[in-house]
Design a binder for this molecule. Structure first.
Ligand SMILES: [Cu+2]
Length: 191
């Protein structure tokens, strides 16, 4: 879970579970419900004028009912599958090529690795880094690459950002690979 604006809090009273939802960070929550039913969920952190409308339902189903619901076309693919489609629609793959020959670094096997940045710093390739790189690509430029990526701020919804992030997560890391090396020499100014 993440927020595009202020701090919210995901709260399901019946499950006695509550987790803050923060801008710039991804948080996770999970629980094992024991009884099928329909349970209220709330935002439990005052977040603005529409706070009182920030509610929803969690549906707990028997496995068979859940399978029925799934096959009824209630969902169209996983987050990662939708992210892959979006990645192609937005032509991200023109620059982020699988073989690292594009204008941007390859994203294969990236999730969870340390990334060497231009200027010498390093950053962990986590969800927050992916999100920032989609919305503010110039914030952390990978060593060996030019800061040429345009921002996708305003072009993708928060839900689409989540889909893209899940897609990149689904690309790796591949087991047994070492830290990510961009495979390129650092960019020089006089090129
Ligand atoms: Cu809220």
């Amino acid at each position: 879970m993440t927020s595009e604006d202020v701090i919210h809090s995901f709260f399901v009273p019946a499950f006695r579970t509550k987790q803050d939802v923060l801008p710039g960070r991804y948080t996770t929550t999970w629980f094992t419900p024991t009884k099928p039913g329909k349970y209220h969920l709330f935002c439990a952190e005052y977040c603005g004028t529409s706070h009182s409308g920030m509610t929803g339902w969690v549906y707990v189903m028997e496995p068979r009912d859940y399978q029925n619901w799934l096959s009824g076309g209630a969902t169209e693919g996983s987050l990662a599958e939708n992210g892959k489609k979006l990645f192609e629609q937005l032509a991200c793959n023109n620059c982020h090529k699988e073989d690292n020959s594009g204008r941007g670094p390859t994203l294969i096997g990236l999730f969870g690795k340390q990334v060497q940045l231009a200027g010498g710093a390093a950053v962990k390739a986590d969800e927050a880094y992916f999100r920032e790189s989609i919305l503010q690509p110039q914030a952390k430029v990978v060593s060996g690459f030019e800061p040429v990526m345009p921002t996708f701020q305003g072009l993708v919804t928060e839900e689409q950002v989540v889909q893209l992030v899940e897609y990149v997560k689904s690309l790796g890391p591949k087991p047994g690979t070492g830290p990510v090396d961009s495979g390129r020499k650092p960019a020089t100014k006089n090129r």
